[in-house]
Design a protein around this ligand. Structure first.
Ligand SMILES: Nc1ncnc2c1ncn2[C@@H]1O[C@H](COP(=O)(O)OP(=O)(O)OP(=O)(O)O)[C@@H](O)[C@H]1O
Length: 244
């Protein structure tokens, strides 16, 4: 009996030679990286290195001027943000996105309604388990929440949409250390549930702890891809491309 080798599974997301401009400024100059199924990839780099622009170009919020964004082999580059989100990529932007006039509960219901057609993977009660503070404030208008609470709510609403990949831009920016830990644990739980994550993060410690892979962005290109351990063994990289 022949024992044909099983073909290796293609990555969930392949970003290939991605370019983006703001006016005449050529910000992304051929970004290449991959995100596997069930991976947490941290995108690291100095301020202004193009991490947010990479996220926005993947989401179609900045139209790419070249390259591909392949989700399971299907090119999403140049599609509208709504289509990218329907295809299974959710975005949690740095500036928290909540419906300010709706309660916490109503915001979460909105997330459920925007879920892709697959069997729902998450419930509102689970969101409250992640962030009990949101449960306490479930009847509060989202506009009256603190910045950290709004961040939690934005993550929960995105998850309820049933994404295959969630892109989170600087989730811990401006949060108290205790909340930073909770956000880190939540990302680990998202990962355990089989959803891949791209994490844009300034705090190297948390990125190194929870990521399966790290990519360093410099001058609009990926200058290093590897495991957190490989990056940790290369202090010169950290010196050259991160402010550490
Ligand atoms: N809307 C915009 N119009 C023009 N230039 C922009 C715009 N947004 C970002 N830039 C410029 O593009 C470059 C990359 O910015 P980007 O926000 O992607 O960087 P970043 O790595 O996410 O850093 P930061 O956390 O500081 O935003 C920077 O030089 C920035 O000034």
């Amino acid at each position: 009996m022949s024992t044909a080798a099983t073909p290796a599974q293609a990555p969930l997301l392949q970003v290939r030679d991605l370019h983006a401009h703001y006016g005449k400024s050529h910000i992304l100059q051929g970004v290449n990286f991959e995100v596997g199924h069930n991976a947490v990839i941290s995108l690291l780099g100095r301020n202004g290195s193009g991490r947010s622009t990479t996220a926005r170009a993947i989401m179609g919020l900045v139209p790419p001027t070249g390259g591909q964004v392949l989700l399971d082999g299907r090119d999403l580059a140049g599609q509208r943000p709504f289509a990218v989100s329907r295809a299974g990529i959710a975005f949690v932007p740095e500036e928290r996105e909540v419906f300010a006039n709706l309660s916490v509960d109503e915001n979460l219901q909105m997330g459920m309604q925007r879920a892709r057609n697959d069997a729902p993977q998450w419930t509102v009660e689970q969101m409250f388990d992640f962030f009990p503070r949101l449960k306490e404030r479930r009847n509060t208008r989202a506009g009256n929440l603190s910045g950290g609470e709004q961040q939690m709510l934005t993550i929960c609403r995105s998850l309820l949409g049933n994404p295959r990949l969630i892109l989170i831009d600087e989730p811990t920016e401006g949060l108290a250390p205790k909340i930073v830990t909770v956000v880190g644990e939540t990302i680990q739980e998202i990962h355990r549930r089989g959803v891949s994550v791209i994490l844009i993060e300034q705090k190297l410690t948390i990125a190194m702890k929870i990521s399966t892979g790290v990519c360093l962005l410099g001058h609009g290109q990926i200058v290093f891809s590897g495991t957190p351990d490989e990056l940790g063994e290369n202090p010169q990289l950290l010196k050259d491309w991160l402010a550490v």
